[in-house]
Design a binder for this molecule. Structure first.
Ligand SMILES: [Zn+2]
Ligand SMILES: [Zn+2]
Length: 288
């Protein structure tokens, strides 16, 4: 977990909630439950309070926006994904090969992922996956994931991409993800973050699919998962350290399209969330 400043928070010296003097903010790319508040969520350091939209500058997004680049790291051709299924729940679970295939399908789709070329983003591959049979705690924070990710890399449980890739962390059924005081399936569906700013390791966190608020297209938990996963993969690739890459105001490029959500599937069948394309002046669609 790292703390920094973006153009939307660089004027805020004291926490609007508790007035403590701030070191900066923890920036997290979040898909919100109900999809109405998907954006870069700001948690104040050191108090942990979440900033409301109204406290942030430049957060009003207009009808025909342009994504702008803030100079941070973006995904390059050859970068790699690694899937981590955390907990004994995943041992011999039929979802594991389905999710691995979904990551490959999403990444190699020449339309959905290929058209991110307009943002200088390349095509990656799935390097592999690992089921970590030791169970996580009942509640897992972003800081917990950052700590364990660095440990798993150090102990060679998972490969070290040295910033040239990212890890999808899948939590088991019954385990809650938390961001400061906010809980998965209550306030948010999933998110992406970095353990140490522009250095990474970079990761997405996918809690077990929520039963409501995170899928407007079907009742399948796998479909819920791929909608969240596709969004976090795209947003990680275009904005690896949340807020430093391609953004629209305080939103990442799928967040904008969550607001007027449309159900879309790629040619291999998976449901995916649309992202904002500057060259289309609108949200990605599979057929046009
Ligand atoms: Zn900020
Ligand atoms: Zn505070």
């Amino acid at each position: 977990m790292s703390t920094g400043r973006c153009r939307n928070c660089n004027q805020i010296s004291n926490c609007p909630v508790c007035n403590v003097e701030l070191n900066g903010f923890h920036h997290v790319g979040v898909r919100s439950s109900g999809l109405t508040n998907s954006s870069i969520w700001h948690y104040a350091d050191p108090c942990g309070h979440k900033l409301e939209k109204s406290s942030l500058g430049a957060s009003t997004v207009t009808a025909n926006p342009q994504a702008v680049y803030n100079g941070g790291p973006v995904w390059k051709t050859g970068y790699q994904w690694f899937n981590v299924f955390w907990g004994s729940f995943w041992v011999a679970n039929a979802l594991v090969p389905m999710v691995n295939k979904a990551v490959e399908d999403i990444e190699k789709n020449t339309s959905y992922s290929g058209e991110l070329k307009q943002y200088g983003v390349g095509i990656g591959t799935l390097n592999g996956y690992r089921v970590i049979s030791q169970n996580p705690p009942q509640s897992v924070s972003s800081k917990d994931i950052s700590t364990v990710l660095i440990d798993w890399i150090k102990t060679q449980n998972i490969p070290d991409f040295g910033g040239k890739g990212a890890y999808n962390i899948f939590l088991p059924k019954g385990v809650m993800a938390t961001l400061s005081g906010d809980q998965s399936c209550v306030k948010f569906c999933d998110y992406h973050d970095t353990a140490d700013g522009n250095q990474g390791p970079f990761f997405t966190c996918e809690p077990y699919p929520c039963t409501s608020g995170c899928n407007q297209c079907s009742t399948s938990s796998f479909d819920t998962l791929t909608q969240g996963l596709s969004e976090e993969m795209v947003e990680l690739k275009t904005d690896m350290n949340p807020g430093t890459g391609w953004v629209i105001g305080n939103e990442e490029i799928c967040d904008y399209c969550d607001t007027n959500f449309v159900c879309n599937r790629i040619s291999s069948g998976e449901y995916v969330n649309a992202w904002y394309s500057n060259s289309l002046n609108g949200c990605w669609t599979p057929s046009r």
